[in-house]
Design a protein around this ligand. Structure first.
Ligand code: NAD
Ligand code: GLY
Length: 364
């Protein structure tokens, strides 16, 4: 039987450059092993993903000292306490500075293992093996790593780029529908901020993507990763345009916090946040009402939320948005759309237009 083609693209960051490999079945190929430089490896996963995929990954690393660590599942465990478990395991198994950590999981595992790799002995190699759509198109690429603080999400972290990102699209077969749709919000985001042709393609390919057809999935992931890689290569540590990747996130983080990170998934909050950003962009006179409706419909087609959570008031948004990492010198900056496919980050928006957007999306 013919093997599907392995798609490859590179994140161009001089001496920190690395490849992204995309194809169904990559867990069973030698690719992960090829990116390990020393003779020790620790594969970190969680209790949901490990029974499904851990053995397939360790089978390819059998010629090395290969240790495993299975963490509890969930955003609630993305903490310094869990990070300490990773360090304990590394110390107990005497991992040296030439070890490689492998993150097998979604964004929670990837962000935590990446941060552990950034800190352990002042920095060791790590490989991202993302298993959710969101992690395959966003969190595994670009080197943002972090854990949460009780008072704020992703507040303790580092930039630390992986050695490689290995994307096995076949693992998405076991991903729950709701998680898949949440990942689609981040995919649609790339169309909205910088790739309008991709947005057209995504709308045409909706049935194929819903059916998780391998060719459509690989293409959607490749085009998403290419967009992300280009943005990251131009602004690795978010001094400027990398912030465009946060379209909808300022509104979204406020909604995630309001719902205690329990009721809404990150991608769901980002979906509603992107509709709010589009509405405000129209309030600025940049988008037409028809554009706002297009954004809303593209997300609603995936059954993603397109309005604020029940019970959330304008004052809740005002209070929670003031905590955003994009606040500079006391001014909240927002990612808005000049057109579909052309985003900007700006503090120069009309506060009255922002108020009208908040009022339009909150229940009275
Ligand atoms: P997640 O890691 O919690 O995964 C979602 C759920 O799916 C979990 O229960 C997980 O165990 C399960 N799962 C994962 N893969 C599976 C599979 N193949 N089959 C069945 N179940 C599977 O959530 P996520 O959406 O992947 O990531 C969200 C996290 O990513 C957040 O913490 C967010 O802050 C972070 N994030 C980071 C960046 C970045 O640039 N570093 C970007 C976006 C989001
Ligand atoms: N997910 C936003 C970023 O990587 O910058």
């Amino acid at each position: 039987m013919n093997q599907p083609e392995v798609l490859r693209l590179d994140v161009a960051l001089a001496e920190r450059s690395y490849p992204i490999h995309i194809a169904p079945g990559l867990l069973d190929q030698a690719l992960i092993r090829e990116h390990v430089r020393g003779n020790q490896v620790m594969v970190v996963s969680n209790e949901t993903i490990a029974p499904l995929y851990l053995e397939r990954v360790t089978a390819g690393l059998a010629d090395l000292q290969c240790d495993t660590l299975v963490l509890p599942d969930g955003e609630a465990h993305k903490t310094l306490a869990t990070l300490e478990r990773i360090f304990d395991a590394l110390m107990t198994r005497r991992h040296s500075r030439t070890t490689t950590l492998v993150a097998l999981g979604g964004g929670v595992v990837g962000d935590m293992v990446g941060f552990a790799a950034a800190c352990y002995q002042r920095g060791v190699d790590f490989i991202q093996v993302p298993t959710t759509l969101l992690a395959q198109v966003d969190s595994s690429v670009g080197g943002k790593t972090a854990v949460n603080h009780p008072r704020g999400k992703n507040m303790i972290g580092a930039f630390h780029q992986p050695r490689a990102v290995i994307i096995d699209t076949a693992v998405l077969a076991t991903l729950p529908e709701r998680e898949f749709a949440a990942g689609m919000a981040e995919v649609i985001k790339y169309g909205l901020i910088r790739d309008p042709a991709f947005l057209d393609w995504l709308q045409q390919q909706q049935p194929a993507l819903e059916a998780r057809q391998p060719a459509a999935l690989s293409e959607a992931i490749l085009r998403s990763c290419r967009n992300k890689a280009e943005v990251v290569a131009a602004d690795e540590t978010e001094q400027g345009n990398r912030a465009l990747l946060n379209l909808g996130h300022t509104f979204g983080h406020a909604m995630e916090t309001f719902t205690h990170y329990r009721d809404w998934l990150h991608g769901e909050a980002v979906a509603a946040g992107m509709v709010m950003a589009a509405h405000l962009s129209a309030g600025q006179g940049w988008l037409e009402a028809a554009d706002v409706e297009r954004v809303r419909a593209a997300l609603a087609a995936w059954k993603l939320p397109v309005t604020a959570p029940r019970g959330m008031a304008v004052e809740d948004f005002e209070e929670l948005m003031a905590l955003d990492k994009k606040v500079q010198n006391g001014r909240l900056r927002l990612v808005l759309l000049k057109q579909i496919g052309n985003a900007l980050v700006t503090a120069e928006y009309d506060p009255n237009a922002l108020m009208r957007t908040l009022e339009a999306f909150c229940e009275r």
